[in-house]
Design a protein around this ligand. Structure first.
Ligand code: UD1
Length: 339
């Protein structure tokens, strides 16, 4: 059995990936410093799996602690999620983002390398593509200059991985570029737990529906799109987690075609903000309080994935429907509210 270290494994994406890895026959070591999450999702993961998992409370900015972790376990592959992810906060406090997101990744790669773990998967983002009019975006599409320090850390970490793979014999890297991950596990035992006011659309919708927020603001209805609202590629969190299993398996089985590979993780289908809102209302049989607000600075008009490379190389494709995903997001919000 191969062992995968999941850094940031107690967070939203990390917890769903942990479940899918274990259910696919991997040993998983979860590591997190709980700086941006509590134990809810880690406990939910153990409930879903019906057993305890090794948990290491580690800050990957601590090089010695990172090294000790790789010394303690025989790790075949590491998936690196541990990072800060709030776009607005990164603009207000760039050093927090450059310090944490870059240092932790450098430490993970160094420790992995020192202990013979040659397989490194990095959690990247479609944000690296920026505003582009050639849609859908393929993995070959050019990256645009980052519009926030957060986005810049994703680009720099991709470059760090690419350069390390080139320089150090034996190391393999995969960067997965996520589009917009949404939804929750069908068990409603794990899901997204935003701290404070959510910046992302779906948590804002579910919190409005439950009565925690008064009204959803739809940021702009005058974009050059069919209904005037922005287009995104919303990818179900369980589908996204399964893409990680496919990518890790490709690495540990030695099936990579290049030492450094990049894959889009999306559905390939653009959905507008308005469509998402009306689908949420329809599936969950409720009315959402919303209003049209001015555009949000920094938003791109439209972006969605070309998924052909992932389908061919990873043998992976998104399968959950938007209806199922939005029902799962609502089930999770109700569960949190004890309803
Ligand atoms: C954002 C980040 C991206 C990050 C991703 C993580 C920006 C510019 N980009 O993507 O870097 O990787 O989250 O999931 O912040 N919207 C509303 N009302 C709301 C919230 C959002 O109308 O209250 C709209 C936005 O204008 C956008 C869409 O919903 O058109 C999706 O927004 P969001 O969930 O924040 O994701 P992105 O901005 O696409």
């Amino acid at each position: 059995m191969k062992t995968v270290l999941v850094s940031g494994g107690a967070g939203y994406i990390g917890s769903h990936v942990t479940v899918e890895l274990v259910q696919s026959g991997y040993n998983v070591v979860v590591a997190d410093n709980f700086s941006n999450c509590d134990r809810t999702c880690f406990e939910g993961v153990q409930k879903i799996l019906g057993r305890e998992l090794p948990l290491e409370v580690v800050d990957f900015c601590d090089a010695a602690a990172s090294d000790a972790l790789f010394a303690k376990y025989h790790i075949d592959a590491v998936i690196h999620f541990a990072a800060f992810k709030a776009v607005g906060e990164s603009v207000a406090d760039p050093l927090k983002y450059y310090g944490n997101n870059l240092e932790s990744f450098v430490n993970v790669i160094s420790a992995a390398r020192a202990h013979g773990c040659n397989n490194i998967l990095f959690s990247s983002s479609a944000t690296v593509y920026g505003e582009t009019d050639k849609l859908p975006v393929t993995e070959q599409s050019e990256r645009q200059p980052a519009t926030s320090p957060y986005g810049n850390t994703k680009q720099i970490c991709e470059d760090i991985l690419r350069d390390c793979v080139k320089a150090y014999e034996g190391i393999h890297g995969i960067a997965l570029r996520y589009f917009n991950p949404i939804g929750a596990h069908p068990s409603a035992l794990i899901g997204e737990l935003p701290r404070g006011v959510p910046a992302n659309l779906v948590p804002y919708i579910t919190q409005t529906a439950i009565g925690k927020r008064e009204c959803l603001s739809i940021f702009g209805n005058d974009y050059p799109t069919p209904d005037g609202t922005c287009l995104r590629d919303y990818i179900d969190i369980v589908d996204l987690a399964k893409a990680h299993v496919a990518a890790v398996t490709r690495m540990v089985d030695g099936r990579m075609k290049l030492d450094y590979e990049i894959f889009n993780v999306g559905t390939g289908k653009p959905v507008s903000v308005m469509e998402l809102v009306t689908t949420f209302e329809k599936v969950n049989n409720l009315k959402l309080n919303y209003r049209i607000a001015p555009r949000r600075p920094g938003d791109v008009t439209a972006i969605w994935a070309d998924t052909a490379v992932g389908e061919k190389e990873l043998g992976w494709k998104a399968t959950r429907t938007l209806d199922e995903t939005l029902a799962s997001a609502w089930a999770w919000e109700k569960k949190l509210a004890g309803k």
